[in-house]
Every structure is written in structure tokens, then in C-alpha cells.
Design a protein around this ligand. Structure first.
Ligand code: ADP
Ligand code: MG
Length: 713
């Protein structure tokens, strides 16, 4: 059976109120739909025959040939048979069982129907009439049996060979739908078939004929007919390809129009590269920028000097040197008398960036300040006031930056670090603070290119694909706790430092925290006695966390027992070992981030994953991390293991309005769609040509409301 992950039943279909009779109410067009069924179907979002056509199957079942009943039963069975005998058995006053002994091939099987009895009528009347000795029929049901094959089948559907409608339900590939109470698969198939017959040919084709031809795609009537009632799996695949292509094409159009809209905005400001800050900054760095860093800085500077606002995503694996790039952009803003905001997901990271910034900017006339929720009211007021007066050039902080009383008179550039930790919502809030802001979002969780295109279609993407030299990447191993702690002691003996990380997941945060604390006590009293061991966790007051991190940076502690609060951004080059306890409880991206905390200096570093993986997926995750340090590959593997829906989060996925298209399986189609969308718009920039009208209407009906940004005027 074909897996069918991306079904969302609430996504709107195109052309509501389309050609009659498809746009009329169901009850007027189809037989068998009265007021009660109308209400039930409405729960599935189905009110017209057209709605039914766009209520795509969630899966398909191959009933073209019968199931081999001589094998141990698995899942549903379908077979043809002849009735030998049948009778009603009453087990109790409420329940009746109708049992038929049937022959199929040279096998004899019992088929059972269970029904609640009624005082008013005979619930078994139809069965008694149909299932008589000698009758030939198809049975669909669930089987029981053993190694010797199927012995008993609980019937779900049956079709007499004399029934001409059976060809819709058996002896073919049948669709399986999402259902609601009172609506059976059988009924949905019947109704869908009627809807197909009612006028599929009159549906308006949204795709321009030239594209259908170019990509060799099925027409819309062929597609809808085949997606519900495919004559072969090849035909089904062709239908899904066409639908996926269509979804991608519309998505690409939507992104292009959104981009156009941003690009239509005028910043009314031009940056000049003056270099009185950038040059001394570069000279004091103490290292050469990598080629990738130089390239990306140029891309960003070019963006900033364009007349419309920048919206750029900077992807770079952990340790690829994104901070320096961000700082260069911020300095360009400051050189031009503007302010910049540097937003990070955690307070620890805000602290860390403050330290880094003051090191890099030592001696330069650039005032930086920090705003987090940890400041006292007086400190906060003072900082906000200095920002408001324009005295602060670069403000570093958590989402506290977004609070409404923080106002920057000359804010021109916002950098969001570790953007994957923020939602799309925060990105939008920043945009709303000033639509004309230059926006740079950075992520260390590289996403495969296809996903980036689909997810961030409105962003320009830069990639740091080169690591700074003289960095040792951490070697990763799957180790026992004993081995891992031995590695910790060996490195500490050489004057290095170590992290020991415990998982904390939301669902069991309290318990997890308690066990991390208990482990800390146990290690300090036992295995690591004699070492200087500190504990840091997310529930601590911000001040305490900052103090411990600062002390760790000054080598006052040998070992830091930590929760994943250290996951992002922490940079202590002397730390050379990381032990991740219960590593199987972390996601791959988190583990990759975590181990990015070590190997930040010139010393060889080791990451020990201590885990007893219970599932194949968990084992595969650990093995992948041991095998590769390439963040992009890890992203791809993660995607394969988890599937794109989960990878992206359902909310984001919903925003994309994809019912059929699978970003992973159909990556090639996405590329084609993007290319085609661009080509179409080259010839007809506003989709005004007659042949593009259906496309234009469909695009508006899908995205206009949802994104509140698609404007074809
Ligand atoms: P990330 O991309 O993970 O945010 P950072 O910006 O924290 O990476 O950089 C990691 C470390 O590499 C920092 O200590 C930084 O100072 C250093 N670094 C950055 N660029 C270079 C370079 N071109 N050469 C050497 N070291 C560099
Ligand atoms: Mg960073």
C-alpha cells in the first residue's frame, strides 16, 4: 500500500462554487444523500460534489487479486468464494452472529457478521437473502488463523457476483478515505464515483496547457478520476505527480509574489562601506576570514545596499563562524550611523555574545548593550532609555528585544541567531517592528536545500560551507558511561575541561531536572570526586547561570554537569570532552548542536554518546552521528527518519498548503515547479493572459487569505 503522509483535510480546494452541478449542494446532485448524511459529510468539509473530488484518499488498497488465504493472515483480506451453508447464531439477547461457511479455491473458511439486534426489524434480513448456499461473492474483511492460514474472517464488506456495482469495490485498487461517524468507506466510494460521473469533465483546468505538455502531466479530469479510482498503481503515481506538481507550482508562485512585494518596498536609505570600523575590526580578529565568510559577507553587504529590505537566511554548521559574519553586517550599519539588534534564543547565549562582541570590538567606538528578562527594572529602564536616545549602537538580547516599549530610533538591521529556535511568528513580529528593516536570520541546523526552498521561499539563502582552519572537529563515539567518565578524567588531567549533559524534555521536565541534579550529586561524590564539578540548568536564575558560565570560561571548574541549556552558541575552547547521557532521548539536530560545543579550540576533542537505544530509529540516529560530522547530511538523515511533516513542525507544514506533495519524495518536482513558475512570469508577470486566468484564480483562492500578502494587482 502506498504511504500517504501529508493529507490535511482542512486545506481548501480550488474553485469553490465551480461549474454546476459540481458546485451545487450534494443532496441535489447525488443519490443517497439526505439531511442526516449531509450533516455527517459536512464534518469532513464536504458540501458539494466538488468537495468530494478534492477529498483525496488517505491510502489505497490493492483488491485487484484475491489474498492468498493459505498463508498466515496479516491485515485485511479480500477473496472470491461460494457459499456452502449459512445460519444465524444468537449469543445473547442483544447480539447476533451470522455465519457462512464458504469455499474459496480448495479452502474452506468461516465468514462472520456481527450485528446488534433490533426489536423493530430483522437486522439480518439482507444477509439471509444474499448469503444462501450456492451464492458467489467477494468478501472483504479481517482474518484470523494461524501458520496454516486463514480459518475465520470477520466480514466488513461483501459483493455478490450478480451485483454490477461490485466492480467499483473489488477486483481493483480501491481508495480509502478519512471518514467520520456514520460514513463508511463503501459509501464514500459510491458518492465519489457519482461525483466523478457528475461532471469531472466540466472542471476547469488550472494549469496552462503549455506546462501540462512540457511536463507530460495528466489533465485535471484524468488526474481526479485516477487519484480516486486508479486502474493501476502507475496511473495512481501519475495522478499524484500531477497533483504534487500543481501544489508546488502554486507555492512557488506564492513565494515569488511575496518576494516581489518585499522588493517593491523602498528603504529610502543607502549604506556606504566606510571601513572606519570594519577595517580595524578585521585587523584585530587574529585570524583570516574563510573564503566562505568573505563571500557571504559580500552577499549581505550587497543586499544591504539594495533599495529594498534584505531578507536573508544564513545557514552554517556549528563552528562555521557565523558570529563574525553577523558582526560585520552590524558594523556596516553602525558605520552608517544606524542601530542593530542581535536577537538570540537564550540568556546564556546573549551573555556569550556580549563577551564575544566586547572582545572583537575592543577599542572601537561602538557601544553595545544587552537586554534580557533577567535585568532588574532599573537596569532595564536605563538600557531602554539609552537605546531610545540612540546611544546604544548594538543591542544584544533575547525575545525581550521584541517587547513593545523597546524602541530604536535608528534601527536598520536585525540579526536573529539560531533562528530554528524561534518560530516563524517571531520573525514576523520583528518584521512588523519595521517593514523596512534589513533582516538576517542565522541557523546552525542546516536544512536540505529543497526544504529551504519550500519553507523559506521568501528568503535569500547564503551558506557557510567551509569550516575555519585549525579547528578540530569532535570525534564522536558510542560509549559506556564508565568509558566516557574515564575520558573526562584523562582530559581534565591534561588541564582541559568537560561537559556532561543530561536530557530534559518538556513532557517530563521536572523529573528530568531532578534526575540531572541527583546525577550531579552522585558523580561529585563518586566517580568524579576530587574534580571541580559545577551544575548548570535552565531553571536556575539567569544571574547564577551567567556566573557559572563565566567561571567555567575562566577554568575555575573542570566539569560542567548541564542540561541542554548549553546547546546553542557556548564557546569555551578549552573544553575538549562532552558526555551526553541517555543520548537516545535527544534528536539528531540537538546532538549535533551539543557536540558543536567542543572542538572549538585547537585541541583534539571527543564526544561520548552514552545510550542504550531501544528502537531501530534511535540506533540509526546514534550511528549516523558517530559516522558523520556534516550538518547537512545529518539534516537529510533526520528528514528521512522523521519525515518532513515532523521535521518542520505541523504548523509550518500547514502554512504551505500541501495535501499531496511530499517535500522529500518529490524534491525534483519542486525544482521543476520553481523553474516553470519563473518562466511563466517572465512572459506574463501579473498572470493577466487569458490562458493563465484559471491559474491566477486558483492562486488567489489558496494563498491570498492565508498569507495575507499575495497581491496580484
Ligand atoms: P557558529 O557558526 O557556530 O556560530 P562561531 O561564530 O561561534 O560559530 O565561531 C566558532 C569559533 O570559530 C569562534 O571561536 C570564532 O571566533 C572562530 N572563528 C570564526 N571564524 C574564524 C576563522 N575564519 N578562522 C579561525 N577561527 C574562526
Ligand atoms: Mg553561533
Amino acid at each position: 500500500m502506498v504511504p500517504y503522509r501529508h493529507y490535511t483535510k482542512s486545506a481548501p480546494h480550488p474553485q469553490s462554487g465551480g461549474p454546476k452541478p459540481l458546485g451545487e449542494h450534494l443532496s441535489r446532485v447525488l443519490t443517497g444523500v439526505g439531511p442526516k448524511r449531509s450533516r455527517q459529510l459536512a464534518l469532513l468539509g464536504i458540501e458539494t460534489p466538488q468537495d468530494i473530488l478534492y477529498h483525496f484518499p488517505r491510502d489505497w488498497q490493492d483488491r485487484s487479486a484475491g489474498t492468498d488465504l493459505s498463508k498466515p493472515p496479516v491485515g485485511p483480506v479480500v477473496f472470491q468464494c461460494r457459499v456452502l451453508s449459512s445460519r444465524l447464531i444468537r449469543t445473547n439477547p442483544r447480539l447476533g452472529i451470522f455465519r457462512a461457511r464458504v469455499a474459496t479455491g480448495d479452502r474452506k473458511v468461516d465468514v462472520l457478521w456481527f450485528k446488534h439486534l433490533s426489536f423493530r426489524y430483522d437486522v439480518f434480513a439482507t444477509l439471509k437473502k444474499d448469503i444462501t448456499p450456492g451464492a458467489d461473492l467477494w468478501i472483504v474483511g479481517r482474518a484470523e488463523g494461524d501458520l496454516l492460514g486463514v480459518r475465520e474472517v470477520r466480514a466488513e464488506e461483501y459483493y455478490l457476483m450478480t451485483d454490477p456495482r461490485r466492480s467499483l469495490h473489488v477486483g481493483r485498487i480501491v481508495p480509502l478515505y478519512h471518514l467520520t461517524e456514520g460514513i463508511s468507506q463503501h459509501l464514500m466510494r459510491e458518492l465519489t464515483h457519482q461525483a466523478v460521473a457528475a461532471g469531472i469533465a466540466s472542471l476547469r483546468e488550472p494549469l496552462p496547457p503549455a506546462l501540462l505538455h512540457k511536463r507530460g502531466l495528466l489533465s485535471l479530469p484524468q488526474t481526479l478520476s485516477a487519484v480516486h479510482f486508479p486502474r493501476s498503481f502507475a496511473e495512481l503515481e501519475a495522478a499524484r505527480t500531477r497533483l504534487a506538481y500543481e501544489e508546488f507550482l502554486l507555492l512557488e508562485f506564492a513565494w515569488i509574489f511575496k518576494r516581489r512585494q518585499t522588493r517593491g518596498l523602498a528603504k529610502n536609505f543607502t549604506y556606504e562601506v566606510k571601513r572606519h570600523l570594519l577595517t580595524p575590526f578585521r585587523e584585530a580578529l587574529g585570524f583570516e576570514l574563510t573564503r566562505a565568510q568573505k563571500r557571504v559577507i559580500n552577499e549581505i553587504f550587497d543586499d544591504m545596499r539594495r533599495p529594498y529590505p534584505m531578507t536573508r537566511l544564513l545557514q552554517g554548521d556549528v563552528g562555521s563562524g557565523k558570529t563574525v559574519v553577523a558582526l560585520s553586517a552590524l558594523l556596516l550599519a553602525v558605520e552608517n550611523g544606524c542601530q542593530g539588534a542581535f536577537m538570540v534564543p537564550t540568556e546564556i547565549l546573549a551573555d556569550q555574545h556580549m563577551v564575544t562582541l566586547s572582545q572583537f570590538l575592543k577599542g572601537l567606538p561602538v557601544r553595545c548593550a544587552m537586554l534580557t528578562s533577567r535585568l532588574s527594572k532599573r537596569e532595564r529602564d536605563r538600557t531602554i532609555e539609552a537605546v531610545r536616545r540612540g546611544e546604544v549602537a548594538i543591542l544584544v538580547g533575547t525575545h525581550a528585544l521584541l517587547e513593545s516599549d523597546v524602541s530604536f530610533p535608528r534601527l536598520r538591521l536585525a540579526v536573529i541567531d539560531e533562528q530554528h529556535r524561534f518560530g516563524v511568528r517571531q520573525r514576523t513580529t520583528l518584521r512588523q517592528k519595521s517593514a523596512l528593516l534589513d533582516l538576517l536570520v542565522m541557523t546552525a541546523t542546516p536544512i536540505p536545500r529543497t526544504l529551504a526552498l519550500a519553507l523559506y521561499g521568501d528568503l535569500d539563502v547564503s551558506t557557510l560551507d567551509e569550516m575555519p582552519p585549525n579547528k578540530s572537529t569532535a570525534q564522536t563515539f558510542h560509549r559506556s558511561e564508565g568509558e566516557a567518565l574515564a575520558a573526562v578524567k584523562a582530559e581534565v588531567a591534561k588541564g582541559h575541561q568537560a561537559y556532561i549533559v543530561y536530557p530534559i524534555i518538556e513532557e517530563s521536565a521536572n523529573l528530568d531536572l531532578q534526575s540531572a541534579k541527583a546525577e550531579y550529586a552522585r558523580l561529585r561524590a563518586g566517580e568524579l570526586a576530587g574534580l571541580r564539578v559545577a551544575l548548570i540548568h535552565g531553571a536556575m536564575p539567569g544571574r547564577t547561570k551567567a556566573k557559572i558560565m563565566a567561571e567555567f570560561g575562566k577554568k575555575l571548574w573542570d566539569v560542567l554537569v548541564a542540561t541542554p541549556v548549553i546547546e546553542v552558541g557556548i564557546d569555551v575552547p578549552n573544553a575538549t570532552v562532552m558526555v551526553v547521557q541517555n543520548a537516545d532521548r535527544f534528536g539528531m539536530a540537538s546532538l549535533h548542536q551539543l557536540r558543536g560545543r567542543i572542538g572549538r579550540g585547537p585541541y583534539a576533542s571527543t564526544c561520548c554518546l552514552v545510550a542504550d537505544p531501544k528502537t531501530d530509529d534511535a540506533r540509526l540516529r546514534i550511528e549516523t552521528l558517530v559516522a558523520t560530522y556534516d550538518g547537512f547530511r545529518i539534516g537529510e538523515e533526520d528528514l528521512k527518519i522523521r519525515g518532513p511533516g515532523e521535521f518542520m513542525g505541523t504548523a509550518q507544514h500547514g502554512e504551505l498548503t500541501l495535501k499531496i506533495a511530499d517535500l522529500f519524495r518529490h524534491a525534483g518536482l519542486l525544482r521543476q515547479a520553481r523553474q516553470d513558475a519563473e518562466e511563466v512570469l517572465q512572459g506574463d508577470p501579473r498572470l493577466l493572459a487569458a490562458e493563465n486566468q484559471p491559474l491566477r484564480e486558483r492562486l488567489l483562492s489558496l494563498y491570498k487569505e492565508k498569507w495575507n500578502c499575495i497581491d496580484l494587482a
